[in-house]
Design a protein around this ligand. Structure first.
Ligand code: SIN
Length: 552
């Protein structure tokens, strides 16, 4: 094993677990995750994994559907990789023990979801696809001797030497700061649904990987595109924290959306009605809710029998019944909620970022595969496909450590926009307490998580405009996060990300996919490209970045 390297994988959803498993064929892998190994966005995925596995389907159709949903902003090469290589990766999952559902005649079962021209969404445990995948992969990782797992370990900042990744600052499970050296780091730490007051994401989704990469000077892209899932359960209790997801597959099985008076409305908005692209359904629901004084709209699945709903959607069935709702008899209240970030750390098709030795896969990355709006059930497939490609690049990479220089993303075109003014250097030794001594703090006021999420929900949500975005940026640029708990460090990451997301949303003076500007309601040819940003790399994690955002 002379070419064995030490590779750190951060995050334990499908992307991190697949990357770790594949890398462990040759390398020593340390997998860092901030909760238990089995917790991640993946675990909560319901609908399934889209892939062309049936003779009446075609890769070209999956590609076409993905490009249409992406609203002119997809990277076609990434879409081609996803749809072409995805089926082989599904077969890998089956070999790893993932038990997808089958029909009575022994064929793989498949569902239909919005904006797919064919039923091609594989599922497991009915609507427990993510949990089934996560459980199988966690088992495989636990049995792999080349993988060390560090649970309850918070990834704080990347350590760079001569511009390349050399290690990771962590807070370990005892709450102590330390550094882990690494030859390469694969970020697979997921999205940042907790930027918003209402999100379908679990509490771990605080965007730590994108924030860390941004602070290290990596290019990020497409951050203005945050996907809102149309149907999260709008019961009083769930609106207070994370609303429970009601899978798009429910509409795929024929459920319809009703206004407060019990009439369907989506057919007046789009010919595909409830199965229109996700951004259109989410905006249709938000607009209908505004017309009915904020009352939730209703999802009506009563055309299906109680037995069918319980068998096909056991997780949702249990969740609704736990809230004293009988969805086989009555329509249930739903509302849109933040669900998936199309933007992230800019990568090529092997997960290479703009920093040598730093790789990113899954929701934390932006390959451009989703464009401005992700097609339903393409995210698990993306994680699987690109994590595998990234790992295999590193397996094939048998040259010396200097090869990490060559492995930085260099092929992507277009200069990144500078995001922030250069901060003065500080070399103080790292301690979490040092984070409190921020030079710009005197000019800022504290912001807590709830205020940040509320600001993002009200000013940077499903619909945006320049006035609200400027007001949000003004507040964000004059805010800092106090405290040194993990929750505070996560909130600080959310604040860093909120600033750049709002900057990107202000810069994109058009409407496209998930980014809808009421002051620029049409797409513009001038914006048919990604917006990419960087900020000057921090040389030490001892100072935070609270300078003003440079207008684009
Ligand atoms: C769902 O089940 O509706 C979520 C699927 C996805 O976000 O792709």
């Amino acid at each position: 094993m002379s070419n064995t390297k030490h590779i750190l994988v951060v995050g334990s959803g499908i992307a991190g677990l697949i990357a770790a498993l594949e890398l462990s064929r040759q390398h020593a892998v340390t997998l860092v995750t901030k909760a238990v190994l089995a917790e991640s966005n993946t675990r909560w995925a319901q609908g399934g994994i889209a892939a062309v596995m049936f003779s009446d389907d075609a890769v070209a159709d999956h590609i076409a559907d993905t490009l249409v949903a992406g609203a002119g902003l997809c990277n076609p090469n990434a879409v081609n990789v996803l749809c072409t290589e995805g089926p082989d990766r599904i077969r890998d999952l089956i070999r790893l023990g993932v038990a997808f559902d089958h029909t009575p005649d022994g064929q793989l079962a498949r569902g239909l979801e919005a904006a797919h021209s064919k039923a091609r969404v594989l599922h497991a445990g009915g609507d427990a696809t993510g949990l089934t995948v996560e459980t199988a992969l966690v088992l495989a990782v636990r049995h792999q001797p080349n993988i060390s797992v560090l649970e309850h370990t918070f990834a704080l900042d990347l350590v760079l030497q001569n511009g390349a990744v050399a290690g990771l600052e962590i807070i370990d499970s005892e709450g102590l700061p330390r550094t882990i050296d690494a030859d390469a780091i694969v970020l697979a730490s997921g999205g940042a649904g907790h930027l918003y007051l209402h999100t379908t994401n679990p509490s771990v989704a605080t965007g730590d990987g994108v924030a860390m990469a941004l602070r290290a000077g990596a290019q990020v892209a497409d951050l203005e595109f945050y996907q809102f899932h149309p149907t999260a359960l709008a019961t009083a209790s769930s609106l207070d924290s994370s609303p429970f997801l009601i899978s798009e597959a429910v509409r795929g099985e024929g459920a319809v959306l009703l206004d407060a008076s019990g009439s369907r409305f989506m057919q007046h908005i789009h010919p595909s009605a409830e199965l229109a692209p996700r951004d259109i359904v989410a905006r249709g629901i938000a607009s209908q809710m505004a017309d009915q004084q904020g009352l939730p709209v209703l999802l009506d699945a009563t055309a299906k029998s109680a037995d069918f709903l319980a068998a096909r959607f056991p997780t949702i069935d249990a969740a609704t019944r736990a809230r004293n709702l009988d969805w086989s008899r009555n329509p249930i209240p739903i509302t849109p909620a933040a669900h998936y970030w199309m933007g992230g750390i800019r990568t090529d098709l092997h997960g290479r970022t703009s920093i040598p030795g730093l790789y990113a896969v899954g929701e934390v990355a932006c390959t451009g595969v989703h464009g401005a709006n992700r097609l339903a059930s393409n995210s698990l497939l993306e994680s699987l496909t690109f994590a595998w490609r990234c790992a295999h690049l590193l397996l094939d990479d048998t040259t010396s450590a200097t090869s990490s220089e060559a492995s930085a993303l260099s092929s992507l075109e277009g200069a990144a926009l500078p995001l922030r003014r250069q901060e003065p250097e500080q070399t103080e030794a790292f301690t979490p307490e040092a984070r409190l001594r921020q030079p710009a703090e005197a000019r800022t006021t504290p912001i807590d998580r709830l205020s940040l999420q509320t600001l993002m929900w009200t000013h940077v949500g499903i619909e945006r405009n320049a006035t609200d975005l400027r007001a949000a940026l003004h507040t964000l640029n004059r805010s800092h996060v106090e405290g040194i708990t993990i929750h505070d460090l996560e909130t600080r990451n959310l604040l860093d990300l909120a600033r750049v997301l709002v900057t990107a949303a202000l810069a994109r003076e058009e409407s496209r996919g998930a980014h809808f500007r009421t002051d620029f309601p049409e797409p513009s040819a001038a914006f048919q490209h990604s917006l990419t940003y960087t900020q000057p790399a921090r040389t030490s994690p001892t100072h935070d970045i609270l300078s003003e955002t440079v207008p684009c």
